[in-house]
Design a protein around this ligand. Structure first.
Ligand code: FAD
Ligand code: SF4
Ligand code: SF4
Length: 477
């Protein structure tokens, strides 16, 4: 082991510097600065180089974390990059937006007694340095194979599958209904977590490697699944989940109550310079408004922090459980609080108030009762504890479900689960239809970028085996 390591006993954990909350409120730029080379090496050197690295076990793409930390600590950054990119298709993106406290860093053994190693920020630093130095190259194959593969959806899952399949030599066609590559990386996640040029340069890299993008192309409108199957040798469905979960409450019909993704997409499009009528009219803009966001997940955190940056008068987040039991990342909650968001814990909405336009949310206080079969305590209403929160914009961030996929794709034979997600063989990612694979949120339900990447990588390996077998069989017959 390098003598540079095991410094956790004398060095404290540090994240890259965070911009002051007052400054962050004014723009949509990322909030963390880049590590300096010395700081990255220093933080990497805190790793104790475990024989069984739990950080790696709990990283969905099984990154070789201890080795690239050791290389970073020794200043061997190009080698660190080569190692890091060998397991992760989008390392600088995961370094920015993985909930590390629930994955790699949350499993780091020195977390017990000392703070964990700063893994995500070092991963981001390694890859950002690689981009600056021109070490990141397109994966154009030496020999192009005859077979072609359709990837439907250009989100992180589709991007990972496309990259891996292209590396193996296949002709890869990515179809997406949006006008840009990136899926929720571009239109869901705000720029203060992930700046858009970080995604754009990845999309360009794929195109430079020979991946063909067909944008503004919607499966179900511009082609059926059967048509794409006839045209390509295999199909990967990576279409994500977009149907917003809703609550039916008295007063739901009034103006000024909007779904989270519509709100975030409008904000992201505006930031990209697009014309967004609903933003300009004020419908999807929090400027000067009292805002209530309903929900406690990462999407709710993104909404409250976007509203702050748009110049809202006040921003409250209404959540029916408490801080300890919220699904959103604690790091993002802290960031939101620093930026001036008020959390209203243990409160659930009972009705929307207003005649024509929303003027408030009637809420009720909750307490946490006994745990259900999942082990989570069930929130229970406290009788007679209703109260009103005035607002002129209410944003519903209650999660997402899949659309009715078989109907949409005109493919009744495609098997879905009782939640509407596509069913796959967990090892091969193949659906019940020969040569049709599915990955990411459309299989898992709303999940994480890094899991979509992992699925894309796994599907590429399976498709390679499937198509090589098909060639063998056709030669034999
Ligand atoms: P998506 O990213 O949803 O991409 C699907 C693509 O398919 C889209 O481009 C869409 O246009 C396209 N598509 C859909 N239907 C069709 C069709 N019929 N024809 C053609 N194209 C189609 N995860 C994290 O790890 N960290 C975070 O901080 C984080 N923050 C989030 C914040 C928000 C607001 C949201 C909504 C999600 C967040 N997530 C986060 C979750 C993460 O974004 C998703 O898990 C991930 O993007 C899923 O990847 P995917 O490729 O399966 O789908
Ligand atoms: Fe951690 Fe995500 Fe990077 Fe894995 S991909 S090391 S979980 S930040
Ligand atoms: Fe290093 Fe922590 Fe991973 Fe152990 S668990 S190898 S200390 S980062």
């Amino acid at each position: 082991m390098s003598k540079n390591m095991l410094k956790f006993v004398s060095l404290e954990k540090q994240m890259p510097a965070k911009r002051e909350a007052e400054l962050r409120r004014e723009d949509f730029q990322e909030i963390y600065e880049e590590f300096s080379p010395d700081k990255a090496a220093e933080q990497a050197s805190r790793c104790s180089q475990c024989g069984i690295p739990f950080c790696q076990v709990h990283c969905p793409v099984q990154n070789n974390i201890p080795d690239w930390l050791s290389l970073t600590a020794s200043g061997r950054l190009e080698e660190a990059y080569e190692l890091s990119q060998s397991t992760n298709t989008l390392p600088e993106i995961c370094g920015r937006i993985c909930p590390q406290d629930r994955l790699c860093e949350g499993s780091c053994v020195i977390e017990k007694g000392f703070d964990s190693v700063t893994i995500g920020a070092v991963e981001k630093y390694i890859t950002d340095t690689a981009w600056e130095n021109g070490w990141v190259k397109p994966n154009a194959p030496m020999v192009e194979l005859d077979q072609s593969i359709a990837v439907i959806g250009a989100g992180p899952g589709g991007m990972a599958a496309a990259d891996e399949l292209r590396k193996k030599g296949y002709q890869v066609h990515v179809y997406d209904r949006y006008d840009r590559v990136g899926g929720l990386l571009v239109y869901g996640i705000p720029s203060f977590k992930l700046e858009k040029d970080v995604v754009e340069r990845r999309a360009k890299l794929l195109a430079d490697g020979g991946v063909t993008f067909h944008l503004n192309f919607e499966l179900g409108r511009d082609a059926t699944l059967a048509e794409l199957r006839a045209k390509h040798d295999a199909v990967v469905i990576a279409t994500g989940v977009y149907k917003a979960r809703d609550i039916s409450l008295p007063g739901s019909g009034v103006d000024g109550i909007v779904p989270a993704l519509d709100y975030l997409t409008a904000s992201n499009r505006k930031g990209l310079g697009d014309e967004v009528a609903a933003f300009d009219s004020g419908e999807l803009n929090a400027k000067g408004k009292n805002v209530v966001v309903i929900g406690g997940g990462d999407t709710a955190m993104d909404c409250v922090r976007t509203a702050v940056r748009q110049g809202a008068k006040s921003v409250k987040c209404l959540y029916r459980r408490d801080r300890k039991n919220m699904p959103g990342s604690l790091r993002e909650t802290r960031n939101a609080e620093e930026e001036g968001v008020e959390f209203v814990w243990l409160s659930a909405p009972k009705a929307f108030l207003g005649d024509g336009t929303v003027t408030g949310v009637k809420a009720i206080q909750m307490h946490l009762g006994i745990a259900d079969s999942t082990g989570r305590q069930v929130p229970v209403e406290l009788d007679g504890s209703e109260y009103n929160i005035p607002c002129d914009l209410a944003i519903k961030a209650l999660g997402f479900d899949p659309e009715d996929i078989p109907t949409l794709f005109e493919e009744p034979a495609l098997e879905v689960s009782r939640w509407g997600t596509i069913q796959v063989n967990p090892f091969t990612k193949m659906t019940n239809m020969d040569g049709v694979y599915a990955i990411g949120d459309i299989v898992r339900g709303a999940s994480l970028v890094v899991w979509a990447i992992r699925d894309g990588q796994d599907a590429a390996v399976s498709i390679d085996v499937y198509l090589k077998n098909a060639v063998q069989q056709s030669k034999a017959s």
